[in-house]
Design a protein around this ligand. Structure first.
Ligand code: PGA
Length: 251
Protein backbone atom coordinates (compact mmCIF):
# COMPACT_ATOMS: atom_id res chain seq x y z
CA UNK A 1 0.00 0.00 0.00
CA UNK A 2 1.51 3.32 -1.08
CA UNK A 3 0.86 6.37 1.08
CA UNK A 4 -1.49 8.83 -0.69
CA UNK A 5 0.16 12.03 -1.92
CA UNK A 6 -2.08 15.06 -2.56
CA UNK A 7 -0.67 18.29 -4.02
CA UNK A 8 -2.25 21.69 -4.69
CA UNK A 9 -0.48 23.36 -7.60
CA UNK A 10 -1.34 27.04 -7.26
CA UNK A 11 0.33 27.93 -10.58
CA UNK A 12 0.67 31.73 -10.96
CA UNK A 13 -1.84 32.51 -8.23
CA UNK A 14 -1.78 33.93 -4.69
CA UNK A 15 0.23 36.68 -3.03
CA UNK A 16 1.82 36.04 0.38
CA UNK A 17 -1.22 37.41 2.30
CA UNK A 18 -3.54 35.26 0.15
CA UNK A 19 -1.40 32.19 0.83
CA UNK A 20 -1.52 32.95 4.58
CA UNK A 21 -5.29 33.33 4.42
CA UNK A 22 -5.55 29.89 2.82
CA UNK A 23 -3.52 28.11 5.48
CA UNK A 24 -5.26 29.96 8.29
CA UNK A 25 -8.36 27.85 7.67
CA UNK A 26 -6.75 24.88 5.89
CA UNK A 27 -4.18 23.86 8.52
CA UNK A 28 -6.61 23.28 11.40
CA UNK A 29 -9.07 21.58 9.02
CA UNK A 30 -6.52 18.92 8.00
CA UNK A 31 -4.48 18.67 11.20
CA UNK A 32 -5.95 15.24 11.93
CA UNK A 33 -5.13 13.76 8.51
CA UNK A 34 -2.19 11.50 9.28
CA UNK A 35 -2.49 8.91 6.52
CA UNK A 36 -1.54 11.05 3.50
CA UNK A 37 1.22 13.41 2.38
CA UNK A 38 -0.31 16.86 1.82
CA UNK A 39 1.71 19.38 -0.18
CA UNK A 40 1.13 22.97 -1.30
CA UNK A 41 2.96 24.33 -4.35
CA UNK A 42 2.78 28.15 -4.26
CA UNK A 43 4.61 30.49 -6.65
CA UNK A 44 8.29 31.18 -5.85
CA UNK A 45 7.47 34.48 -4.11
CA UNK A 46 5.40 32.78 -1.40
CA UNK A 47 7.67 29.77 -0.79
CA UNK A 48 9.79 31.10 2.04
CA UNK A 49 6.97 32.66 4.05
CA UNK A 50 4.78 29.60 3.64
CA UNK A 51 7.57 27.15 4.44
CA UNK A 52 8.29 28.97 7.69
CA UNK A 53 4.64 28.83 8.63
CA UNK A 54 4.32 25.13 7.75
CA UNK A 55 7.34 23.95 9.73
CA UNK A 56 6.28 21.29 12.21
CA UNK A 57 2.87 20.77 10.58
CA UNK A 58 1.59 17.85 8.48
CA UNK A 59 1.64 19.97 5.29
CA UNK A 60 4.72 20.05 3.07
CA UNK A 61 5.80 22.55 0.47
CA UNK A 62 6.79 22.26 -3.17
CA UNK A 63 8.11 24.61 -5.84
CA UNK A 64 6.59 24.50 -9.33
CA UNK A 65 9.84 24.59 -11.28
CA UNK A 66 13.62 25.09 -11.04
CA UNK A 67 16.62 25.47 -13.31
CA UNK A 68 19.06 22.62 -13.84
CA UNK A 69 22.23 24.60 -13.10
CA UNK A 70 23.04 25.17 -9.44
CA UNK A 71 24.21 28.80 -9.70
CA UNK A 72 25.61 31.38 -12.08
CA UNK A 73 24.63 33.83 -14.78
CA UNK A 74 21.09 32.65 -15.56
CA UNK A 75 18.96 35.76 -15.15
CA UNK A 76 15.50 35.05 -13.83
CA UNK A 77 16.11 31.43 -12.89
CA UNK A 78 15.94 29.70 -9.49
CA UNK A 79 18.19 26.78 -8.52
CA UNK A 80 17.68 23.61 -6.49
CA UNK A 81 19.91 24.80 -3.59
CA UNK A 82 17.85 28.01 -3.46
CA UNK A 83 14.64 25.99 -3.15
CA UNK A 84 16.15 23.91 -0.35
CA UNK A 85 17.24 27.14 1.34
CA UNK A 86 13.69 28.52 1.05
CA UNK A 87 12.35 25.45 2.88
CA UNK A 88 11.04 23.33 -0.01
CA UNK A 89 10.57 19.58 0.29
CA UNK A 90 9.70 18.95 -3.36
CA UNK A 91 9.52 20.44 -6.81
CA UNK A 92 7.13 19.89 -9.72
CA UNK A 93 9.04 19.19 -12.94
CA UNK A 94 7.82 18.85 -16.52
CA UNK A 95 4.31 20.19 -16.05
CA UNK A 96 2.57 20.38 -19.42
CA UNK A 97 2.34 24.17 -19.13
CA UNK A 98 6.15 24.27 -18.85
CA UNK A 99 6.49 21.94 -21.81
CA UNK A 100 3.93 23.87 -23.88
CA UNK A 101 4.62 27.55 -23.07
CA UNK A 102 8.30 27.37 -22.13
CA UNK A 103 9.39 24.72 -24.60
CA UNK A 104 10.80 22.28 -22.06
CA UNK A 105 11.95 19.12 -23.76
CA UNK A 106 12.37 15.65 -22.26
CA UNK A 107 16.10 16.38 -22.07
CA UNK A 108 15.60 19.60 -20.07
CA UNK A 109 13.12 17.84 -17.81
CA UNK A 110 15.67 15.06 -17.26
CA UNK A 111 18.42 17.52 -16.29
CA UNK A 112 16.09 19.35 -13.92
CA UNK A 113 15.02 16.09 -12.29
CA UNK A 114 18.60 14.98 -11.69
CA UNK A 115 19.61 18.34 -10.19
CA UNK A 116 16.58 18.37 -7.90
CA UNK A 117 17.20 14.83 -6.62
CA UNK A 118 20.91 15.47 -6.15
CA UNK A 119 19.99 18.37 -3.88
CA UNK A 120 17.65 16.24 -1.78
CA UNK A 121 14.33 17.47 -3.15
CA UNK A 122 11.51 15.05 -3.98
CA UNK A 123 10.39 15.37 -7.58
CA UNK A 124 6.80 15.40 -8.84
CA UNK A 125 7.52 14.39 -12.41
CA UNK A 126 4.66 15.23 -14.82
CA UNK A 127 3.76 13.43 -18.02
CA UNK A 128 0.67 13.29 -20.20
CA UNK A 129 -0.63 13.19 -23.75
CA UNK A 130 -2.40 15.96 -25.67
CA UNK A 131 -5.90 15.50 -27.08
CA UNK A 132 -4.45 15.15 -30.58
CA UNK A 133 -2.12 12.41 -29.40
CA UNK A 134 -4.92 10.57 -27.60
CA UNK A 135 -7.18 10.75 -30.63
CA UNK A 136 -4.37 9.45 -32.82
CA UNK A 137 -4.03 6.42 -30.52
CA UNK A 138 -0.57 7.55 -29.36
CA UNK A 139 -1.19 7.88 -25.62
CA UNK A 140 0.99 4.96 -24.53
CA UNK A 141 3.74 5.82 -26.96
CA UNK A 142 3.92 9.40 -25.65
CA UNK A 143 3.88 8.31 -22.00
CA UNK A 144 6.61 5.77 -22.63
CA UNK A 145 8.81 8.31 -24.41
CA UNK A 146 8.35 10.88 -21.63
CA UNK A 147 9.24 8.28 -18.99
CA UNK A 148 12.18 6.75 -20.85
CA UNK A 149 13.79 10.07 -21.79
CA UNK A 150 12.78 12.18 -18.83
CA UNK A 151 13.83 9.61 -16.23
CA UNK A 152 17.05 8.45 -17.88
CA UNK A 153 19.60 7.61 -15.12
CA UNK A 154 17.24 8.89 -12.43
CA UNK A 155 17.16 7.46 -8.92
CA UNK A 156 13.64 6.43 -7.91
CA UNK A 157 13.94 6.96 -4.17
CA UNK A 158 12.34 10.40 -4.04
CA UNK A 159 10.34 10.30 -7.23
CA UNK A 160 6.60 10.78 -7.65
CA UNK A 161 5.07 10.55 -11.14
CA UNK A 162 2.01 12.65 -12.06
CA UNK A 163 -0.13 11.55 -14.99
CA UNK A 164 -1.84 14.66 -16.32
CA UNK A 165 -3.60 14.26 -19.66
CA UNK A 166 -3.20 17.70 -21.21
CA UNK A 167 -6.81 17.70 -22.44
CA UNK A 168 -8.03 17.40 -18.83
CA UNK A 169 -6.02 20.28 -17.35
CA UNK A 170 -8.15 23.30 -16.51
CA UNK A 171 -10.86 22.15 -18.92
CA UNK A 172 -13.35 20.60 -16.53
CA UNK A 173 -12.99 17.44 -18.60
CA UNK A 174 -11.61 14.85 -16.19
CA UNK A 175 -10.34 11.47 -17.31
CA UNK A 176 -12.88 8.82 -16.40
CA UNK A 177 -11.76 6.45 -13.64
CA UNK A 178 -11.34 3.80 -16.39
CA UNK A 179 -9.06 6.07 -18.43
CA UNK A 180 -7.03 7.01 -15.36
CA UNK A 181 -6.76 3.38 -14.28
CA UNK A 182 -5.61 2.25 -17.71
CA UNK A 183 -2.95 4.98 -17.99
CA UNK A 184 -1.70 4.43 -14.44
CA UNK A 185 -1.39 0.69 -15.00
CA UNK A 186 0.55 1.38 -18.16
CA UNK A 187 2.86 3.82 -16.34
CA UNK A 188 3.44 1.29 -13.55
CA UNK A 189 4.32 -1.49 -15.97
CA UNK A 190 6.57 0.84 -17.99
CA UNK A 191 8.41 1.89 -14.84
CA UNK A 192 8.94 -1.79 -14.02
CA UNK A 193 10.11 -2.57 -17.51
CA UNK A 194 12.48 0.38 -17.80
CA UNK A 195 13.86 0.55 -14.31
CA UNK A 196 12.90 -2.58 -12.36
CA UNK A 197 14.18 -1.74 -8.88
CA UNK A 198 11.99 0.63 -6.95
CA UNK A 199 9.25 0.93 -9.58
CA UNK A 200 6.59 -0.44 -7.24
CA UNK A 201 7.22 2.11 -4.54
CA UNK A 202 6.83 5.12 -6.88
CA UNK A 203 3.56 6.93 -6.27
CA UNK A 204 1.59 7.81 -9.39
CA UNK A 205 -0.72 10.84 -9.06
CA UNK A 206 -3.60 11.75 -11.33
CA UNK A 207 -4.00 15.41 -12.37
CA UNK A 208 -6.48 17.24 -14.61
CA UNK A 209 -9.74 18.79 -13.38
CA UNK A 210 -9.71 16.95 -10.04
CA UNK A 211 -12.57 18.23 -7.87
CA UNK A 212 -14.24 17.36 -4.55
CA UNK A 213 -16.91 15.61 -6.67
CA UNK A 214 -14.62 13.22 -8.58
CA UNK A 215 -11.75 12.63 -6.14
CA UNK A 216 -13.36 9.58 -4.46
CA UNK A 217 -13.84 7.63 -7.68
CA UNK A 218 -10.35 8.52 -8.93
CA UNK A 219 -8.66 7.52 -5.67
CA UNK A 220 -10.57 4.24 -5.71
CA UNK A 221 -8.59 3.12 -8.81
CA UNK A 222 -5.67 0.80 -8.22
CA UNK A 223 -2.41 2.57 -9.05
CA UNK A 224 -3.90 6.04 -8.49
CA UNK A 225 -1.86 6.96 -5.44
CA UNK A 226 -2.79 10.61 -5.17
CA UNK A 227 -3.71 13.78 -7.01
CA UNK A 228 -2.11 16.89 -8.45
CA UNK A 229 -4.81 19.52 -8.15
CA UNK A 230 -4.93 22.90 -9.89
CA UNK A 231 -8.13 24.97 -9.76
CA UNK A 232 -9.77 23.04 -6.91
CA UNK A 233 -6.64 23.47 -4.80
CA UNK A 234 -6.98 27.25 -4.64
CA UNK A 235 -9.81 27.20 -2.10
CA UNK A 236 -9.15 25.80 1.36
CA UNK A 237 -12.53 24.07 1.71
CA UNK A 238 -12.45 22.30 -1.64
CA UNK A 239 -8.83 21.19 -1.17
CA UNK A 240 -9.73 19.99 2.34
CA UNK A 241 -12.45 17.78 0.86
CA UNK A 242 -9.97 16.40 -1.69
CA UNK A 243 -7.42 15.60 1.04
CA UNK A 244 -10.24 13.86 2.92
CA UNK A 245 -11.18 11.63 -0.03
CA UNK A 246 -13.03 8.44 0.83
CA UNK A 247 -10.57 5.73 1.92
CA UNK A 248 -10.92 2.05 0.95
CA UNK A 249 -12.70 0.24 -1.93
CA UNK A 250 -9.84 0.02 -4.44
CA UNK A 251 -10.59 -1.68 -7.78
P1 PGA B 1 -6.52 21.56 -12.93
O1 PGA B 1 -4.92 21.62 -13.06
O2 PGA B 1 -6.82 20.74 -11.69
O3 PGA B 1 -6.95 22.99 -12.80
O4 PGA B 1 -7.03 20.90 -14.15
C1 PGA B 1 -4.13 20.51 -12.75
C2 PGA B 1 -2.67 20.81 -12.99
O5 PGA B 1 -2.35 21.47 -13.99
O6 PGA B 1 -1.79 20.39 -12.20
Amino acid sequence: MRRPFIVANWKMNKTVPEAMDFIYSFLPAVAEVKDADIVLAPPFTALFALAERLTGTNVGISAQNLFYEEKGAFTGEVSAPMLVDAGCDCVIIGHSERRQFFYETDEVVNRKTKTALKNGLSVIFCIGESLKEREAGMTFEVLKRQLANGLKEVDFQKLVVAYEPVWAIGTGRTATPEQAREAHQFIRSTLRELYQDGADSVRILYGGSVTPENIDSLMACADVDGALVGGAGLKADSFERIVKFKRGNTW
